[in-house]
Every structure is written in C-alpha cells, then in structure tokens.
Design a protein around this ligand. Structure first.
Ligand SMILES: CC(C)(COP(=O)(O)OP(=O)(O)OC[C@H]1O[C@@H](n2cnc3c(N)ncnc32)[C@H](O)[C@@H]1OP(=O)(O)O)[C@@H](O)C(=O)NCCC(=O)NCCS
Length: 143
C-alpha cells in the first residue's frame, strides 16, 4: 500500500469494479471496450494477481490502473484519476505501484497505448519517463 495526502493505493479487487467503471465513464481518454465486463475483469485480476491498483480517498475510488503481463512485456491499461484528485501525484503513485509489481516479477519492459487524440494523457506518460516507440505502428484485430 502506498499513501499520499490522504490518498491510499491498494490492490484492485473484483468488488472495486463498479467504482472503477464509474470513474472510467467519467473521464476523457479511457474507452470502455472488449475485456471490460465484470466477468472479464474478474478473470483478468485472477490471471494477474496483485498487479492492478486502485487509489482511495474520502471513502471512494479516485484512481484506477489495470496492470498485467504476457510473460515478456508488462501492460498497463485504463489508468485514470478522478478530475478532483488530479495533479496530486495520484496517477504517479498508481503507476509506481504497477511498475514495481512488474519489476518484482522480473519484467524488463512495459507497454501502454495512448489514444492519438489524448495529448494530455501522452504528456503524463512522457513526464513519467515513458517514450514513444519510434517507427512502430500500433495495430489490432478483432478475434
Ligand atoms: C493522466 C492522469 C492519469 C494523470 O493523473 P494525475 O494524478 O493528475 O497525475 P500526477 O499528479 O500523478 O502527475 C504526475 C506527473 O505527471 C505530470 N502530469 C500530469 N498530468 C499532466 C498533463 N495533463 N500534462 C502534462 N503533465 C502532466 C505532473 O505534472 C507530474 O509531473 P512531475 O512528477 O514531474 O511533477 C489523469 O489526468 C487522468 O485520469 N486523465 C484522464 C484519463 C487518461 O487520459 N488516462 C491515460 C490513458 S493513456
């Protein structure tokens, strides 16, 4: 658990789902998509124990980060902080927890995807030591 100015971070457990969805729905820059149903998140948390985090303050969830790995790279998704709690290092705290959890498992590198129309989110990652993947084009397909 990490703490900062009345905010604590702890493991994301299934019962945090409703609070997390409410937070994600209330912010720009996070898109609820495939993999985000309650059952899917429960499975994700089971497969990646202890890596995903929430921040709590004033009795509610004010920050969330999903974190996992595929055995080779760490992945962080849906990092979000409630607008009223921004610029108080809550995002940094959650990110630090995720990175530490991945390091503890022996992972050497992590990847995140930032939407092209989220310049503020991009700035946050740059500010926290992340770099663009030069020459790479992110691709996907439905399975
Ligand atoms: C991005 C987000 C998680 C940042 O959370 P936060 O708690 O406000 O960030 P922090 O206070 O921990 O900031 C950590 C550092 O990032 C910097 N930072 C935070 N937001 C920034 C922004 N919009 N532009 C530039 N720098 C920013 C801070 O200045 C701080 O820098 P410092 O440590 O050098 O002083 C939050 O703005 C958010 O939820 N945005 C909407 C969702 C989103 O876009 N998520 C990212 C998806 S890829």
């Amino acid at each position: 658990m990490a703490t900062k100015g009345g905010v604590i971070t702890r493991e994301f457990v299934v019962s945090d789902y409703d609070g997390a969805i409410a937070l994600w729905n209330g912010v720009e820059g996070v898109e609820i998509c495939e993999g985000d149903s309650r059952e899917e998140i429960a499975e994700y948390l089971k497969k990646n124990p202890r890596l995903s985090r929430v921040a709590e303050a004033d009795g509610k969830i004010v920050g969330v980060a999903l974190c996992s790995h595929d055995g080779r790279r760490g992945w962080i998704y849906h990092l979000a902080v409630a607008p009223a709690y921004r610029r108080r290092k809550v995002g940094k705290l959650l990110l630090g927890d995720c990175v530490q959890g991945l390091r503890t498992l022996g992972l050497k590198r992590a990847i995140i995807l930032v939407a092209g129309d989220n310049p503020a989110g991009h700035q946050f990652w740059l500010r926290n030591g992340w770099e663009d993947i030069g020459g790479a084009i992110a691709m996907t397909r439905e399975l």
